[in-house]
Design a protein around this ligand. Structure first.
Ligand code: G1P
Ligand code: ZN
Length: 557
């Protein structure tokens, strides 16, 4: 049945397809980015199968088509890959492209879906959530443009999961995942492909690798922290091999199923190893990190942190230095809680800007329509129209390209940027694992108070708008409401409160505040100090600290 190395055209033997009776599981509702649950939930018999069958059932016309499959290598990745391969074959996919070892970073999966014009892809990841037997697992479906399925599809998947009665699979078959090659799984061609090459080639087509090589030879020093996660092999190939950075530039570069016991989220709290180097004596010029599945990034200079909102603005403002983007920027989009820094660049340079709800799926239509070239979120995500996911390593290479072209330090690039466009002081405070009932009540109470806030004065500011953010997609007219509470003030300052859609334990409350400062003489404040007053306003209005019993946030970014 299993042919190594060659494609054998067999007629699918229906007797080898098993139809397994099942019953629906509660809560198979994809969140901000796919279905994420504890590993032990995913490991329940039929749990993953139900979800995968629900996806396939909502995809008319998938028979004979190509599916891309890969994951971030976290605990349970390999077992899940085998389960899905058997189900894809039993459900009549013509071809499955699977990353070697079952591994693909999220942006690489997006790139491969696009390059091979696949029907769609299944990406196994819980992103930056911890892994291991007690950690999280996740799965999401990406459509043919390479991006996360839009809400219309995720809602259909959820609806299907609530009425599922059976799924299709094969009798036990296992493809050797660690060797590239083409195999025949009951009439479905399975190609185990190198996980890195296509992606590395795409990066090489966008950036000035020659200029970056010269920079790296000139005494400029950098470190990249892969956080024991999926970007290790990608970063080693691109930064060390293709760009010539010294061996050891990539730290924590071997992916581990439990991410070395860490929390693979590139921020100042969790990327400890990198932060130690970048804030230590003799710190390198540039530091960067990526998350569990490779779509997030953090950018650091020597003892200098670049907020993701500023990073997006700098990316948008410097396209003329980057070969893949020079002279062709149409617009930029940011998620609602992301600071307005990118909007200012767009206004000054004459391209469009958009404000979308949280989550990458809302950028897809704008990218497909060519209305935006760049997009980003405050949550350490940035990307462009080269794929339909955020892309950690892409952002790092983009920064390297800017650094090479401008010949300035990271800090100087930011200072000059603020001088030109003004500075948007920004911070986000997360309260993680809060009791879900408390969090929901707090949220709905504040929501109920919003209409009465209009025109109210808080210190020096007056509220000009207070609502629950709703978005009408400019391309297809679809409306997404309930996307976060926002309070806008007359001086451009803003406070936002959201409930996380990716957490798996209790509820996570996120508070985002920002204010604009045009005067370069006032660009040197500590953001926590500059924003303290706004943080206090949110606390006073929501009673957050008192109601959650927390004296301080779990994470500040
Ligand atoms: C978080 C981020 C959001 C991002 C998502 C997936 O979602 O806030 O910007 O798109 O992770 O990486 P949240 O937990 O806030 O719903
Ligand atoms: Zn991620």
């Amino acid at each position: 049945m299993l042919e190594l190395g060659t494609i054998k055209t067999t007629i699918r033997e229906t007797m080898d397809i098993l139809t397994i009776p099942t019953h629906p599981f509660e809560g198979q509702k994809p969140g901000t980015s796919g279905l994420r649950k504890k590993v032990e939930i995913f490991k329940q018999p039929h749990y993953l199968e139900n979800f995968v069958q629900s996806v396939f059932d909502t995809l008319p016309g998938h028979e004979g088509q190509t599916l891309v499959l890969g994951g971030d290598g976290r605990f349970y990745n390999r077992e899940a890959i085998h389960i899905i391969l058997r189900m894809a074959a039993a459900n009549g996919f013509g071809r499955v492209l699977v990353g070697r070892g079952g591994l693909l970073s999220t942006p690489a999966a997006s790139a491969i879906i696009r390059k091979y014009q696949a029907f769609g892809g299944l990406v196994l990841s819980a992103s930056h959530n911890p892994g291991g037997p007690d950690g999280d697992f996740g799965i999401k479906y990406n459509i043919g443009n390479g991006g996360p399925a839009p809400e219309r599809i995720t809602e259909a998947i959820h609806a299907r999961s609530r009425e599922i009665t059976e799924y299709k699979t094969l009798k036990f078959e296992e493809i050797p995942l660690d060797v590239c090659g083409t195999y025949n799984l009951m009439g479905t061609t399975v190609e185990v492909i190198d996980s890195v090459t296509d992606y590395a080639e795409l990066m090489e087509s966008l950036f000035d690798f020659e200029a970056i090589r010269t920079l790296l030879k000139s005494g400029f020093r950098m470190r990249f922290d892969a956080m024991h996660a999926i970007t290790g092999p990608y970063a080693t190939e691109i930064i060390e091999r293709r760009l010539g950075a010294p061996t050891g530039t990539v730290m924590n570069g071997t992916p581990k199923p439990d991410f070395g016991g860490g929390h693979p989220d590139p921020n100042l709290t969790y990327a400890r190893d990198l932060v130690k180097v970048m804030y230590g004596d003799d710190a390198p010029d540039f530091g960067a990190a990526s998350d569990g599945d490779g779509d997030r990034n953090m950018i650091l200079g020597r003892r200098f942190f670049v907020t993701p909102s500023d990073s997006l603005a700098v990316i948008a403002a410097n396209a003329e230095h980057v070969p893949g983007y020079r002279g062709r920027v149409t617009g930029v989009a940011r998620s609602m809680p992301t600071s307005a820094a990118a909007d200012r660049v767009a206004a000054a340079l004459g391209f469009e800007s958009f404000e979308t709800p949280t989550g990458w799926k809302f950028f897809g239509n704008l990218l497909d329509a060519g209305r935006i070239t760049f997009c980003g979120e405050e949550s350490f995500g940035s990307g462009s129209d080269h794929v339909r996911e955020k892309d950690g390593l892409w952002a790092v290479l983009y920064w390297l390209n800017i650094l090479a072209a401008r010949g300035e330090s990271v800090e100087d690039i930011l200072r000059h940027h603020w001088q030109r466009f003004g500075r948007d002081y920004y911070t986000r405070h997360d309260y993680e694992e809060v009791d879900a009932t408390v969090a929901k009540a707090l949220y709905s109470d504040l929501k109920a108070r919003l209409p009465a806030l209009l025109g109210q004065r808080f210190g020096v500011r007056t509220v000009t708008l207070a609502d629950d953010f709703a978005y009408t997609d400019p391309i297809d007219g679809s409306v997404s409401d309930g996307q976060g509470l926002r309070i806008l003030f007359d001086d451009g300052a803003r406070a936002v409160l959201r409930l996380s859609g990716t957490g798996t334990v209790g509820a996570t409350l996120r508070v985002y505040v920002e204010r604009y400062e045009a005067d370069p003489a006032r660009h040197d404040m500590n953001p926590q100090v500059a924003l303290a007053e706004l943080i206090d306003v949110v606390d006073a209005l929501s009673q957050l600290k008192q109601r959650t019993g927390r004296t301080q946030p779990s994470v500040i970014t």
